[in-house]
Design a protein around this ligand. Structure first.
Ligand code: TXA
Ligand code: MG
Length: 349
């Protein structure tokens, strides 16, 4: 088991040496923890795929310092010749938003190994907004880092979760505290005509990105003809316990016969909902991630909360509509719904 290290200067040097030697480091970012390897070293990348049991068709995100588009091109990470004038202007505007929970898909440059991009001619790039990630990248150069979970499982949002998921596969884990965002970055692909298309929703949604950059961005995942991200398969982020999404709040359904004698957990949006549901179904263990259902706090606690529920030995987990439809559809709520859709299966009752 690789040690969990506080991010002192010495330990950052040690982690950078691990990366230079082709090893793997558990890396904190503001979104989720990553499983980091030298992004330009194909052998290290192969270790990442093996550790995660990740299919080789699913490309990795290359994490960089918050530099300009020109620097990415100069470093051989992005191929400027395959960017149209319109795409180049849009890319420059989006790159200027870094650091942050935004991954930008651009034409892959010559320095990036095939395996990092799973053979695609594009590369996904992100500059994380976390001092530990930035300090490591400053020492090591670009790191490829998928979320530090086994493929399909729940992403880790603290160092202990990385140790539980992949402790044997990493040479060390840098402890940067709990992640502040808690959901993976928004992935945006830039098309030749200079539009952005969201391939994976995150906390920075299309409206926000358009508002701050002027680049037209489509919330692409709802369009059937949208370009796909190889990793956004439907089953993902899932607990091991069977986890069912209810079509309406449990209190508004008749679940009496369905719940039966088996230990069943229910995830609610607020503690008030949970208390109301417990009063109706004494056999149901209902809880909320944030007492008030505050969206950002709920997102921050989501993955740790799912892990905790998974560990409690329930036969079945249920979930109220999450977030509740009456809250509308801001970027964060949309991203939360996306993750819950992938973590659950529809209720069969
Ligand atoms: O917040 C995050 O993005 C975290 C932290 C660690 O930075 N990383 C993360 O990586 O979520 P991962 O590997 O779990 O998810 C990367 C997603 C996958 O859905 C993958 O298919 C997509 O990005 N992706 C990567 N390269 C791509 C490309 N060239 N074109 C389209 N999608 C790509
Ligand atoms: Mg992942």
């Amino acid at each position: 088991m690789g040690p969990v290290l506080p991010p002192t200067a010495d330990n950052l040097d040690r982690a950078a040496a691990v990366l230079r030697a082709g090893g793997l480091v558990g890396l904190p970012t503001e979104t989720v923890y990553g499983l980091a390897g030298d992004g330009l070293d194909a052998a290290a990348i192969a270790r990442i795929y093996a550790a995660k049991e990740r299919p080789r068709f699913n490309p990795l995100i290359l994490h960089v310092a918050p530099v300009s588009l020109e620097d990415l091109v100069a470093g051989g990470l992005v191929d400027a010749a395959r960017l149209s004038t319109a795409a180049r202007a849009s890319a420059r505007a989006l790159v200027a938003l870094w650091p942050g929970p935004l991954t930008i898909v651009l034409p892959r440059g010559p320095a990036v190994p095939d395996l990092t991009a799973a053979g695609l001619d594009t590369i996904a790039l992100r500059a994380p907004d976390h001092p530990v990630a930035q300090a490591l990248i400053a020492r090591s150069g670009p790191v490829a880092a998928p979320s530090a979970n086994r493929s399909g499982r729940i992403s880790p949002t603290c160092a202990a979760d990385v140790a539980a998921e992949l402790g044997d596969a990493v040479d060390c884990i840098l402890d940067g505290g709990p992640c502040t965002v808690g959901l993976e970055s928004t992935v945006v692909h830039i098309t030749d005509d200079g539009h952005g298309v969201v391939l994976r929703p995150g906390t920075w949604d299309a409206d926000h990105l358009t508002g701050v950059t002027g680049v037209p961005i489509h919330p692409g995942t709802d369009r059937p003809d949208a370009p796909r991200s190889p990793g956004t398969t439907s089953r993902h982020y899932a607990p091991r316990t069977p986890f069912f999404a209810l079509p309406a709040r449990a209190v508004d359904l008749d679940l009496t016969t369905w719940i039966g004698p088996h230990p069943t957990g229910l995830l609610c949006w607020t503690e008030a909902h949970a208390a109301e549901t417990r009063a109706r179904y004494p056999g149901l263990s209902a809880s909320a991630l944030d007492p008030d259902g505050h969206p950002a706090r709920t997102a921050q606690r989501l993955y740790a909360g799912l892990r905790a529920l998974d560990a409690r030995g329930f036969d079945t987990l249920l979930c109220d509509p999450f977030p509740p439809p009456e809250l509308g559809d801001t970027g964060l709520l949309h991203a939360l719904r996306d993750r819950m859709r992938r973590a659950t299966v529809p209720f069969p009752g």
